[in-house]
Write a protein that binds this ligand. Sequence first.
Ligand code: NAP
Length: 522
Amino acid sequence: MTTVETIESHVEGAWATGKGQAAKLFNPTTEGEVATADTAGIDMGKALAYARETGGKALRALTFKDRAELLFKMSQVTHKAREELIETEVINQGCTRSDAKFDVDGAIGTLAAYAELGKKLGDTRILADGEGLALGRSPRLWGQHVYTPKLGAAVFVNAFNFPAWGFAEKAACALLAGMPVVSKPATATALTAYRMTKHLIEHAGLPAGAMSFIGGAPGDMLDHLESQDVLAFTGSAATGNKMRERKNVIERSIKLNIEADSLNAMVVGPDVEVGSEALALFLREAAKDITQKTGQKCTAVRRIFVPAKLVDDVIAELSARFAAIKIGDPSSNDTGMGPVATKAQLEEVKRGIGLLKKDADVVFGEGAIVPSSGYFHPIMLFRARDPKNAPNVHNHEVFGPIATIVAYSGDAEEAGQLVGLGQGCLVSSIYSDDKAFIERATVAIAPWTGRVYIAGAKVADHTMGPGTVLPFSVHGGPGRAGGGEELGGLRGVVHFMQRTALQGYRPIVEGIAGIKSSASPA
Ligand code: NAP
């Protein structure tokens, strides 16, 4: 019999368990219970105050270079726990080992990348923002923008699908900025986040209060946010909107970053032909993107725009690839795709399929057999009946191994309009070797998307697919995707800092900003 682990919280510098009705966490393959989580009775106000007062103070006393060393250590500690964390994702998320590595290695790599960035920022605590300038006729009066760390806590509310990476991408930026972290993972898959945090708190040498962990329901935590805090949320657009509407968040102008739903798009260019390298790359990446993590990736493609002449070939090729993927126990080496993470998620996928069917026909996967116990769902491919009049295809994110093919004319501006019907996405990709088409399509698509991934023969052997979030490219998107932005190198760090315009005598202003001026004003 497997033991059921109790997930604790780490607040006010100590581990604590709740005293209420614990939530149960399951293995989505066996439906067996793996852990419980309970935060009832934890004083969220005191937890935040301790982070601000003890953790914030200690982190702000360090320089960027010191904080970079902490991130490097965090990366090393996570790497040491890698095997355990991968195993945890298999039992508490239904990830195949490959899917679990994607999350855990993403966390390790992101922490290391920000450690490198912090090292370059050096032994300083304030960041200069851009160039300074003379504010009047006299060279004495000088203007310079600077960033200083916010004095509150960086509070993270994360989604169920990336318990390691989702935490690390936020934590790397906040800790480097000098803000203490209060992390609340999604309850259903919190076991990975809990075990990772335990290793970090015990072995990464973080100052007291630098990292707190809420292992379960947030209770009234968000009502205790104060004006110097930052709230970084990843999850569904519906929950994100609830955060936006919270009285406390509005009244105190809490800085809020939202990463939410996304109807990501792939656009195949009109130049792409059967047998071409660009088509082979597209098929490889589309098949991976739809099935990796059983489609539970915020960056996974949901809509695939294909020139009408290629649609039948694309459906046939993708169907053949999907038919070869074995769905089953994710701990088996020959399994290509595991279950979705929770029972609720499975029901949500089925509901989404009902909506897609209003506007699209199933072209692969209808009635496919999957294991009858566990939260398994077949891979499904749809074809939209009327590309521009398919509201469910463009508006409803089915968070599973599902995508819809949408035929279009091959015109770049039309592709942009179709992508825009999704009302804002995290990533859109263009598969083409036609420079003119790529340029026009990029301009048409970019306003609707946080990242444009351009793939073709020239980069075919060097790409990692559109689904990979890289620390030095921004992650986030407009509109439905939440309007937020994370990562992007220094861009992600300054979300946790205050930008202030300094105006004064040039040597003083530049001294504060850490700029060595060559000019000597009279
Ligand atoms: P969710 O149901 O919205 O939950 C997300 C987080 O919000 C969880 O930690 C949840 O806690 C918490 N939460 C829910 N209601 C809350 C409330 N009233 N107050 C405070 N916290 C609350 O989303 P999910 O099912 O975990 O994740 C799937 C969604 O996330 C998908 O729509 C996907 O597109 C999106 N996602 C987006 C990105 C991105 O970067 N844009 C990345 C990953 C996922 P409990 O678990 O304790 O309820």
